[in-house]
Design a protein around this ligand. Sequence first.
Ligand code: SF4
Ligand code: SF4
Length: 438
Amino acid sequence: MAKLTFVGGIHPYDGKDLSKDKPIKAILPKGSLVYPMSQHIGAPAAPIVKKGDRVLTGQKIAEAGGFVSAPIYATVSGTVSAIEPRRTVTGDMVMSIVLENDGLYEEVEYGPVKPLEELSKEEITGLIREAGVVGMGGAGFPTHVKLSPKEPEKIEYVIANCAECEPYLTSDYRRMVEEPEKIINGMKVILRLFDHAKGILAVEDNKPDCVETFRKLTASEPDITVKALRTKYPQGAERQLIYATTGRAINSSMLPADVGCIVDNVDTIVAVGQAVLEGKPLMHRIVTVTGNAIADPRNFIVRIGTNYHELVEEAGGFQTEPAKIVSGGPMMGFALFGLDVPVTKTSSALLCMTEDEASKYEPGPCINCGRCVEACPGRVLPSKLADFAEHGDDEQFLAYNGMECCECGCCSYVCPAKRPLTQEIKSMRKIQLAKRKK
Ligand code: SF4
Ligand code: SF4
């Protein structure tokens, strides 16, 4: 049994058996494609095409809106039919480029690539920036910014987040099974940026096949080690992952780079490899389409911009009417009110459940059982924080370290009174983060 872990956490039903043993299937979009200009943290991208323009697959259609931003590329060939606000998974209307797919998939010629050894560090981060790579685990932080810390010589570990601790999600698992070399190649690219860093492939011990494959493939790579972590949610959360793999702790006002670490998820590392070694922009991602309501749950490699309706169709449609649809996993995803939204760079999964556990029970009063405190990996007091949030008490919320919550959902999951602890705390954190920005 692996020993590497963190304090707190839970063991929810993981639902991974629904999709984990089926190979990834590549699908082509049928309808029009929608590209929101904000699918990353930072300034929105700015369209560089106009209505009526014909574009090719792999052509840049929106330029980064600043240093902390990312460009966007067409993922099919076709004609720009509109540039207008469209609904996204968060429910927000976001300015988007709409592309009528001509079904020809005519592609641009990608620029020539140089061998990795001949590229300078600046050229490598430039290629990553130009390819529009952002954190594809859900955060959407532009990767070239993350890979440009103030003191790169102090980075000691580049950690590949291969934990995939969120229940039901199996896209990283399938990638590790089917294309482990792409992850290792991407890791080698990132390691070129940091002269004193070692790579860590951090995998939960419920994926022993991946641990073994990685160990074999890196046997002659002295700079890359494979670490098996104890399976526990949220093992893949940045702070918990850093602590489990290096013993170093960070809080909400620190960056991983402050303790010599860079963390990237599996799909992001693959996209880095594609950008630098193949000169290709970010155009695809793997999406897990799963849940008991789905007829044939599995993973798809999808062109960004594809409509969620098409994912459900490709997965055989609904076998039962879903009670709840979530973009992402059950612990940290967004509940969706409809499927008419596009896949973006950060869409990891579409989960369609036949039962909505959360809304089945009426929340009751706290019985002071302490389970939420025991489960909390942020080492805060969820019941108190939720009270402060409910009463709008900013001062006490901050005094009780409310900002150290990573919004993992463990407290709500274990609460016998079914209190919406995470939702309350999350709303208050959002308000505090907005105040910090001002
Ligand atoms: S308070 Fe935050 S960090 Fe702690 S269990 Fe709840 S959601 Fe997770
Ligand atoms: S788990 Fe729920 S009932 Fe128990 S102390 Fe926390 S808030 Fe109260």
